[in-house]
Design a protein around this ligand. Structure first.
Ligand SMILES: Nc1nc2c(ncn2[C@@H]2O[C@H](COP(=O)(O)OP(=O)(O)O)[C@@H](O)[C@H]2O)c(=O)[nH]1
Ligand SMILES: [Mg+2]
Length: 249
């Protein structure tokens, strides 16, 4: 089955080593599944040559529909994804991690699931999820702890893995949600799930296979969990103050 069109948003920080190969893999796969696609890569002052690698690819492969949105200073994954989604043009929109830890081949099943829903999110905790290598204990602890905080602060009992970097939307739904997103760093995923429920969108959860990733994470083990806790409180406060109501239909 071939679908009509998709925009793919890839937030990118310190990905110089893998970004070229991974964009080529994504482009190849999309060409087989869609009539039209675009790939939007968003960087914000990566220190390692990521920007040069992307720009070199744009120059050498003008056949790839690749756009590079570039901010001079680091803003965070949430701000990068938001900028990419607001710039997207096609009727379905996926955002995914640059490291392909969730393989692009998962997209076929996500597209089928979007038939009966508005958003399809990947979960590493849903029955059927598979891991190519064991997850370090502290990351499991962080994930469980973050879900517990979301239960306590946001009443999110339903979605145990909000943080997986592979989420598919109908474009109008993505725009409706991302126009309201305020969190610039990693907790933006929790805000988007909160908003999806708040706006009564249908969210499907699919288990995924998580590939090996030998590289360093961008998540800072002490600073980011603290930042994420404050972000959850910010989401609760935004809701209490009615900041998410703007533009509600
Ligand atoms: N533009 C941008 N992208 C980011 C930032 N932090 C992380 N990313 C991207 O977000 C995705 C997930 O980050 P990663 O380090 O793999 O996190 P992990 O998979 O949770 O360990 C990757 O595509 C990163 O390049 C950031 O500050 N800015
Ligand atoms: Mg990763």
């Amino acid at each position: 089955m071939k679908y009509s069109e998709i925009s793919i948003v890839i937030p990118c920080h310190k990905e110089a080593e893998v970004i070229e190969t991974n964009i080529l893999t994504v482009n190849e796969y999309l060409s087989g599944l869609f009539d039209r696609h675009e790939i939007i890569v968003v960087t914000d002052g990566s220190p390692d040559g990521t920007d040069n690698a992307i720009d070199a690819l744009i120059r050498s492969r003008s056949d790839i529909p690749l756009t590079h949105i570039q901010f001079p200073d680091n803003r965070g994954k949430g701000a990068a994804v938001k900028a990419g989604i607001l710039a997207s043009r096609f009727e379905t929109v996926l955002f995914m991690d640059a490291d392909l830890t969730i393989p692009i081949e998962e997209l076929g099943e996500f597209m089928s699931a979007l038939g009966q829903s508005d958003i399809v999110i990947a979960s590493r905790l849903a029955p059927g999820a598979k891991f190519e290598e064991p997850v370090p204990w502290y990351r499991v602890l962080m994930a469980r702890g973050f879900h517990l905080l979301q239960i306590l602060i946001l009443g999110n009992f339903e979605f145990s893995d909000t943080q997986c970097g592979f989420k598919l939307f109908r474009r109008n739904v993505a725009l409706d949600i991302f126009r309201r997103i305020t969190i610039r760093r990693f907790a933006f995923d929790a805000e988007l799930i909160f908003l999806a429920k708040h706006l009564d969108y249908r969210v499907a959860i699919l288990p995924v296979t998580v590939r090996k990733d030998p590289r360093d994470t961008n998540v800072r083990i002490v600073r980011d969990p603290i930042d994420m806790l404050f972000s959850l409180l910010q989401i609760r406060l935004n809701d209490l103050l009615g900041r998410y109501e703007n533009g509600r239909q």
